[in-house]
Ligand binder design. Structure first.
Ligand code: HXC
Length: 268
C-alpha cells in the first residue's frame, strides 16, 4: 500500500532499529528508508540481517546491518557507535527487539521469565541508555536545534491479562513505564521525545506465527471489531507519524494500533 506521507518525511535522519531485520521491525526499516532516512538494523542473526540489508539497498535505501544482542551492554554500545561512525549521527532509536513464546506459569521457569524481561525491558533500557549522548540535543552531528527520538514497540497484552503470556505482559508493562519515565526526564533535560507503539495481532509476523495457532486465529476474528488483522504497514505508518514533525508535541504516549481489539474480549 502507498504511504500517505510525503517521500522526504525523514530526509537527512539516521535511524537505528533493533529487531529491524524481520517482522514489524523490517517494515519500519523499509518505510523509514523509503521516506529518506538512513537505517541501521540490529539483530542476532547475520543471515537475516544480510537479507534485510540487501532488500533495503535494492530499493536505493542507505542501510547497514549490525549483529548484536540487546541483552549485552557491550553489543549495544558497539552497534550505536558503529551507526554513528557510519552515518555521522543518530536521530531515531526504535526498540523493536523482543523475545516471545507461549508458556503457562507452571511451565515457565524463573529463568524463562527473566530471559524475556532481559530482552524486552532491560534491552530497551540498555539501548536508550547507551544512545543518550547521541540522541540528545547538541549530540554529535545533529541539528543543534532539536533532540532525537525513541520509539519503543510494546503490546496490549498487559492492559488486561493474557493466557500463557505472563512473562511478555510483565516485560511490556515495564517497557511502557520506561517510555513514560524517559519521556518525562529526557524530554525535559535533553529534548528527546520518547513514545511507544502497541501493535495488535499483525499478519505475517513471527509474533503471530508463534502465538496464534490457526484455531485461535480463526476464533479471534469472531470478536475483532474491525474483523481483520493488522498489517505491518499499519505499524510502520504510526512509526512515521511519531518519528516525524507531525508528532512533535507527542511525548510519553504509547499509541495502540490494533483496530480496537483490546477493548473487546471473547465471552466464554
Ligand atoms: C518455556 C522456554 C521456552 C518455551 C525458552 N524458554 N523457550 N520456556 N517454553 N517455549 C526458557 C528456557 O527453558 C530457558 O529457561 C530460558 O527460557 C532461556 O531460554 P534460551 O533458549 O536459552 O534463551 P535464548 O536462546 O536466549 O532465547 C530466548 C527466546 C528467544 C526468548 C526463546 O530466542 C526468542 O523468542 N526469539 C524469538 C524472537 C521472536 O519471536 N520475536 C517476536 C516477538 S513477538 P531455563 O530455566 O530452562 O534455563 C512479540 C509480540 C508480543 O514480542 C505481543 C503479541 C500480541
Amino acid at each position: 500500500m502507498e504511504s500517505p506521507f510525503k517521500p522526504e518525511l525523514l530526509k537527512g535522519k539516521v535511524a537505528l532499529i533493533t529487531g529491524g531485520g524481520s517482522g514489524i521491525g523490517f517494515e519500519i526499516s523499509t518505510q523509514f528508508g523509503r521516506h529518506e532516512a538512513a537505517v541501521a538494523i540490529m539483530g542476532r542473526r547475520r543471515n537475516v540481517l544480510d537479507a534485510a540489508v540487501a532488500a533495503l539497498q535494492s530499493e536505493g535505501i542507505q542501510a547497514i546491518g549490525l549483529e548484536g544482542d540487546v541483552r549485552k551492554r557491550e553489543d549495544a554500545t558497539r552497534v550505536i557507535e558503529t551507526t554513528v561512525r557510519h552515518f555521522g549521527k543518530l536521530d531515531i532509536l526504535v526498540n523493536g527487539a523482543a523475545g516471545n513464546f507461549l508458556a503457562s506459569p507452571e511451565d515457565l521457569s524463573p529463568n524463562g521469565f527473566r530471559t524475556v524481561l532481559d530482552i524486552d525491558s532491560v534491552g530497551t533500557y540498555t539501548m536508550c541508555h547507551e544512545a543518550l549522548k547521541y540522541l540528545k540535543r547538541g549530540g554529535p552531528g545533529k541539528d543543534p536545534s532539536t533532540g532525537g527520538l525513541i520509539l519503543n514497540i510494546s503490546a496490549t497484552l498487559h492492559y488486561t491479562a493474557s493466557w500463557y503470556q505472563i512473562h511478555v505482559s510483565a516485560a511490556k508493562a515495564a517497557v511502557d513505564s520506561i517510555t513514560r519515565s524517559l519521556a518525562l526526564e529526557w524530554g525535559t533535560d535533553y529534548d528527546i521525545r520518547v513514545n511507544g507503539i502497541a501493535p495488535g495481532p499483525i499478519e505475517g509476523t513471527p509474533g503471530l506465527r508463534k502465538l496464534s495457532p490457526e484455531e485461535m486465529t480463526s476464533k479471534t476474528r469472531e470478536y475483532m471489531p474491525l474483523f481483520k488483522f493488522g498489517e505491518k504497514w499499519d505499524i510502520a505508518m504510526a512509526a512515521l507519524y511519531l518519528a516525524s514533525d507531525a508528532g512533535k508535541y507527542v511525548n510519553g504516549t504509547t499509541m495502540v494500533v490494533d483496530g480496537g481489539l483490546w477493548l473487546s474480549h471473547p465471552r466464554h
